[in-house]
Design a protein around this ligand. Sequence first.
Ligand SMILES: NC(=O)c1ccc[n+]([C@@H]2O[C@H](COP(=O)([O-])OP(=O)(O)OC[C@H]3O[C@@H](n4cnc5c(N)ncnc54)[C@H](OP(=O)(O)O)[C@@H]3O)[C@@H](O)[C@H]2O)c1
Length: 334
Amino acid sequence: MERRTIGAAALEVGAVGLGCMPMSWAYTASRQDGESSLRAVHAALDSGVTLLDTADMYGPFTNELLVGRALKERRSEAFVSTKCGLLVGEQHVVANGRPGYVRRACDTSLRRLQTDVIDLYQLHRVDPEVPLEETWGAMAELVSVGKVRSLGLCAVGARANRRGGASGRTGIHSVTLSQLRRAQQVFPVSCVQAELSVWSTEALDALLPWCSARGVGFMAAMPLGNGFLSGTLRPGEGFEPDDVRARHPRFTAEMMAANQPIVVGLRRIGERHGATPAQVALAWVLAQGAGVVPVPGTKREHWARENAGAAELRLTDEDMAEIAALPQALGSWD
Ligand SMILES: NC(=O)c1ccc[n+]([C@@H]2O[C@H](COP(=O)([O-])OP(=O)(O)OC[C@H]3O[C@@H](n4cnc5c(N)ncnc54)[C@H](OP(=O)(O)O)[C@@H]3O)[C@@H](O)[C@H]2O)c1
């Protein structure tokens, strides 16, 4: 698989990564099968994927344990990216950016992951109660003592902070460009993680250009539009109550039906290349810049292989123009 460089620390990863979140969180988390998830991680590694993206709050904690188990004999093949800064509560997740908490969170993540070093340690959300410089400074110390190799921040919207059926906002917001600049003054930002896909392109306006201009890596979260862009979800089939899509405005039967032309377009392009709609969606993300690495999430071996295969797909200018001309997605969180 093609390799890409992640930011300031110039760390190399396979161009397509693996999002481990669906193995323990957000997608019917109550019906997970750990063994099939382990097979998915191994299938990804066998296909040239190196970047595995997890977080302490996925599960909570069980996702890191699973990644640790999967890498027991294969740690050297993987680039482990995890996160701190969010605590799972009854109704909401809350931010914690206190330096003491960050230090403890890192030690417990290292133990769960069964490793001596985290390749990329990301701040999941900025704590509005703690100056970012304090949180980021504590994370930088973790690099200086060798527990972490590089640092990143997540710029994913506030909607991702809702827990279960809880409604309302947590007051935790996506990291801003001015906060990224402040972090850079303290310690180099190696990577920014944010949503980017054919149907969610906001990051192209300012965030990705900011990263590209500074050699900061960009990890594309939700590159398959929470599975919609693969074309395997049928409008009206519904979702389990503990699946985030059960409350996602783009996943009502009406919106899924209205957004079908996007999938039809991806399928048409895929047919020209012998590729699936999911692979076309991922190739589009890969085409957004040399420092962009999508982390499609799956707990299934066959999809992990299929997604890794997207690294071989080169979209033509005609394909890219066709995707640009697809209708805007309907259904918004705002
Ligand atoms: N920093 C943050 O705040 C943040 C927020 C969200 C996500 N992320 C990261 O981004 C990663 C990806 O996001 P995501 O997992 O939410 O969304 P995604 O990658 O857009 O989509 C995941 C969904 O697509 C399905 N899927 C995967 N490959 C498929 C294929 N080839 N064909 C058909 N369906 C396929 C998965 O099904 P199965 O589950 O059945 O395998 C899962 O339901 C996460 O795993 C996480 O690491 C980070």
